[in-house]
Ligand binder design. Structure first.
Ligand code: NAP
Length: 284
């Protein structure tokens, strides 16, 4: 049976790092503050927000909720973001996406000051991830996957990693972060041919697709490390599942993250870490 790479321990270790920075900030009379900007009352946003508020409270990070009605004008949303950009007590801005379709999401996201872009959403943050230069922050979930591999002691240098999924939120930035750690990365997507050949040859497989249990045992072999980023509802099982068929794959591979309680459990700790790092960067 595979080693279970649960997220709780990784998040706790990351929180420990954040606490050390928080102590330094406290000594300088700075309390980090995260602004959460939400348009409407989408259930997913509300539950993510609830989790973030809990973590803020536990760590001693202040949270400011900016809630705008679904029918809010684009200019009003931009004004709210500009106000948070100018507010020196705010160190991080998290904007829930996707925004309503009528809005120019690209324009709104890029209105966030890169140094406050703790979610790694702006073009400049992503440029930092792609160029390897220290600009902004990496998207939290992509960073969470790296934190998991680091915590469980998997050296990435020279390893073959298959990343399945190429979104700007997870797959693509994660591919770049892995390259930055000297892994050899195969970026796979919905048009990849012979996907099972590629995944089964990799040392590490990261699934970020969003289709429940689509990767069955035939995509894997012995001794692999599997990170399952996907979270979706399985009608068949009547529960939340990852992209990997856990029951089939876990007896086969060396190590695997569960869903839930895997990568998702680390993502909020990464967000908190980004907020405290952003606050630290304001120290003279
Ligand atoms: P997304 O934007 O929909 O991207 C999905 C990617 O999967 C696309 O690149 C798509 O390829 C690829 N894909 C779709 N079907 C495929 C197939 N049959 N074979 C191979 N590749 C396929 O999704 P996302 O935002 O990256 O999220 C992916 C999953 O991660 C979702 O389940 C989401 O809920 C989860 N997630 C989890 C966290 C967390 O904290 N745990 C955070 C964010 C997202 P094309 O590009 O060719 O369309």
């Amino acid at each position: 049976m595979a080693e279970l790479l649960t997220g709780k321990e990784v998040a706790a270790a990351l929180n420990q790092r954040s606490k050390l920075i928080l102590e330094e900030l406290q000594a300088n009379n700075i309390t980090p503050k995260l602004a959460i900007v939400r348009v409407g009352e989408k259930e997913n946003d509300l539950s993510y927000e609830k989790g973030i508020l809990k973590r803020c409270d536990e760590l001693g990070v202040l949270a400011r909720q900016v809630v705008l009605p679904l029918e809010v004008k684009e200019e009003e949303l931009l004004k709210a973001i500009e106000e948070l950009n100018e507010d020196e007590s705010v160190h991080g801005i998290l904007l829930f996406r996707p925004l309503p379709k009528r809005m120019d999401e690209d324009r709104i996201v890029n209105a966030i000051l890169p140094q406050k872009d703790v979610d790694g959403a702006t073009d400049l943050s992503l440029a930092g991830v792609f160029s390897g230069k220290p600009m902004g922050f990496a998207p939290c979930t992509a960073q969470a996957a790296i934190e998991a591999l680091d915590y469980y002691g998997y050296d990435l240098s020279g390893k073959n990693v298959a990343v399945v999924g190429r979104s700007m939120v997870v797959g693509k930035p994660l591919g770049m972060l892995l390259l930055g750690r000297h892994a050899t990365v195969a970026m796979c997507h919905s048009r990849t041919q012979n996907l099972a050949d590629i995944t089964s040859q990799a040392d590490i497989v990261v699934a970020a697709i969003g289709k429940p249990e689509i990767l069955t045992a035939s995509y894997f072999r012995k001794n692999q490390v599997v990170l399952d980023v996907g979270v979706s509802w399985s009608e068949k099982k009547g529960k939340l599942c990852g992209d990997v068929d856990f029951d089939e794959v876990s007896p086969l591979v060396k190590a695997i993250t569960p869903v839930p309680r895997g990568i998702g459990a680390i993502t909020t700790a990464v967000l908190m870490n980004h907020v405290v790092l952003s606050a630290k960067s304001t120290l003279k």
